[in-house]
Structure formats: C-alpha cells, structure tokens
Design a protein around this ligand. Sequence first.
Ligand code: COA
Length: 330
Amino acid sequence: MSVYAAITGWGMGVPVKIVTNDDIAKIVDTSDEWIQTRTGIRERRIISGSESTSTLASAAGRDAMQMAGVTPADIDMVIVATFTPDRPLPATACQVQAALGLNRAAAFDIAAACSGFVYGLTVATSLIQTGMAKRILLCAVDVLSHVVNWQDRNTCVLFGDGAGAVVLEATDQPYGLLSAVLGADGRREDLLMIEAGGTCMPLRDDPHDTRRYLTMNGREVFKLAVRGMEESSLSALAKANMTLDQIDLVVPHQANRRIIEAIAERLNLPIERFFINLDRYGNTSAGTIPIALTEAAASGALKQDDYVLLTAFGGGLTWGSAVIRWGKPS
Ligand code: COA
C-alpha cells in the first residue's frame, strides 16, 4: 500500500470569452469601481459556442496528463468536482472520460461547491492510499454563468467559469496531500443555494421563476467564509504537525480579495504569501484552487518541494483546508 499521492501534473481550461466589469455595468446597475473596490475582480471568463463544463474540464485534464507524462491507459479513475454538470445524467466525469479516451477509468462526480477541489483531493488521495487506484485524474470545474441571475447585481458580478485539473500518482515519498480537514453545515444551506431544479422543487416552465438561480446572503457568507477558512487552515496545519512559518504559499479559494485579506490578517501572514488571481477570473467555485495552482506554478510563485496551504469555503455550507507538498517525487 502506498502512503502518498503526489501531484505529478496540472492544467487549466478557461473559456475564450472575457467579460469585463464595464460589460456587466451595461446589464445591471453597477460599476467597475464598485466591483473592484468590494471584490478585487476586474474580469471573468464566460462560456460561449460549444464550450461547456466538460469541455473546460477536459482541456484542463489533457494538459495535466501531458505534464505528468501519462497516457489515457494509465488513468484508473477520473473524478470531477462540480455542482454545474453538463447534464443531470450522466456524471460530467463520464463525459471527460469519453473525451480523453480514459477507457479503463471509473468515473464519478463530487458536489461540494467551492470546496470541491479540497474535497476531491482528499477523496482521490484516500482511494490511492487504500490501493483502489494508482493514478487518478481530478478535475474541478464550474460554469456559474448558467446559474447566476444576470439581473441580480448582488451575485452576477462575483462569478465566472473555469476548470483546473491535477494528476495524482501513488508514491512512498511524502508528496501531495499531507493533511486535510473537511467540514459542512447543511443547516445553513439557505445562505448560498439554488432552490429549484431538483426533486424538492422541480423547475417550472416559467422563465420568470428566479428560483432556478443562485441566491446568496453575501454579508453572512463573507463572515462565515473568513472564520471557516481560518479555523480549518489552523486545524489542517496542526494535523500535519506544521506551523504557518513552514508554509511557502497559501492558495485560497478565490471569491473576494477582501475575504483573503481578512484571512491573512487573522493568520498574521503577509498578503504576499497568498496567491491571488481572482482579478482575472472571479469566483469559478471548484475551479479556483487548481486554476490558481496552475498559474502559480507557471509564474514561479510555486516551486518543486514547496509546502502549500489550500483553503476553501462555499455552498452547503462546506469548507476544507489541506497542506500539500508540491511537485514530483525525486
Ligand atoms: N454594484 C453596486 N452596488 C451593489 C452591488 C453591485 N454589484 N451589489 C450590491 N450593491 C449595493 C447593495 O445594494 C448595498 O446598497 P444599500 O447600502 O443601498 O443597500 C451596498 O452595495 C452595500 O452592500 P453590502 O452587501 O453591504 O456590500 P458588501 O461590502 O458586503 O459587499 C459582497 C457585497 C457580495 C461583495 C460581499 O458581501 C461578499 O463578497 N460576500 C461573500 C460572497 C462570496 O464570496 N460568496 C461566495 C463564497 S464561496
């Protein structure tokens, strides 16, 4: 039985179309100045043409596999973290499996909203540790543009579409996930939810029924996100027997620059220790952390053997933090 699951490849897939704050100000009563000041977001990507959840995930997965130097036949499982699947059935992981020719791979989705990548990393690592799989492709992706109400300025300015992916491979060297802490509180589902479209409340054939869209209590989510990410970060560090000064880079869920600044202040860490790219993508839910990891690695902010703290919070409510060691085993 191998003890660890190293991250040996990574990649991202984002839509071609860029939507700026000024573009959104033509649809709802808002401004570039308001959005930048309150969130740090300048622009986001939105799917168009034939792009979908699975095409973004497949693009990210293809790059991750190429970097890892693995072939489709090497992949035992493909897991997709998303709450915005291509279709209710089948799982988006099955579509990615077909698109990439991963014919030997089992395929399933995980729905943990913005915490999806940290949840997925934990599940995939556990499956490798138990010997169920040797190589797993984990994609994390959301297409929020299909579930936000483009008439609601409280939410539509915050989100975007995008995917990231990693390849995890069994190793006996201490790489990949070193510790993780996951949590949830289903009693607070009302704070961030899509009310209709499931079995509780089927969608009605009424274009004015806004219950098909994401609704959010922004102020409450803000407070709980800061607290949830701070507390789970400290728990994950303690579980790894590590302290914050051993962490080279923090890659947080990219929802709002002010949330990240508040976490930095509470953890007493300089903001420069946090990787932030939400100015260009907004909140892509499950996609944010693997997109940020990919860009951090490409920019040199993230290097082989670095210790990285991941932290996320989102609908459910769900949250999770993880300590990872980056790069390929020697
Ligand atoms: N443009 C202009 N004005 C806007 C606006 C927009 N896009 N959205 C809201 N406003 C207005 C509000 O109507 C309110 O006006 P009022 O004072 O006349 O009522 C005012 O701006 C302030 O609203 P408030 O809710 O206090 O703003 P805020 O500083 O809390 O920022 C959020 C709002 C949504 C940016 C912030 O609460 C937030 O980021 N929350 C967390 C959201 C999140 O990240 N969710 C996902 C987590 S996974």
